[in-house]
Write a new protein. Structure first.
Length: 133
């Protein structure tokens, strides 16, 4: 198998696990939680884009966010994506570290002003950044 095939298989497995978890939440009667979880990654992308464009965001945080976008769009990683689980885990770790750094540097009001998702997701995001919800 080629590197791309392994990467596609790993992506498909992660996507199926994610979809399965969302389905379990819906079956358990927690539709709002499932909706918030499904919208969380796109909401974070919108937040990143808005923070990069906001003059109140520190220059260092803007550079970190731009570097994160560049890192995620590059075809090579610290751990290659064709390695199951570990290949995607390094991306997740880098995202969490950058997100946590940016959230600690920005005021909760700035994050709140740019967050497009539900309040519960925002509270989770703020706790991730070490801020009170």
């Amino acid at each position: 198998m080629t590197v791309w095939q392994w990467g596609l298989i790993a992506f498909a497995v992660l996507l199926l696990a994610y979809a399965g978890f969302l389905a379990l939440l819906v079956l358990a009667g927690r539709r709002e939680d499932a909706r918030a979880l499904a919208r969380f990654p796109p909401d974070c992308i919108v937040l990143f884009r808005r923070l990069i464009g906001d003059p109140r965001t520190r220059r260092g945080d803007k550079l970190l966010l731009a570097a994160l976008v560049a890192y995620l769009s590059m075809p090579f990683d610290l751990v290659p994506d064709f390695i199951p689980i570990a290949g995607q885990l390094d991306d997740a770790i880098v995202i969490v570290l950058v997100l946590r750094t940016v959230l600690r540097g920005a005021s909760p009001d700035l994050i709140r002003a740019h967050w497009p998702g539900p309040e519960a997701s925002l509270n989770t995001l703020l706790r991730l950044g070490g801020r009170s919800a």
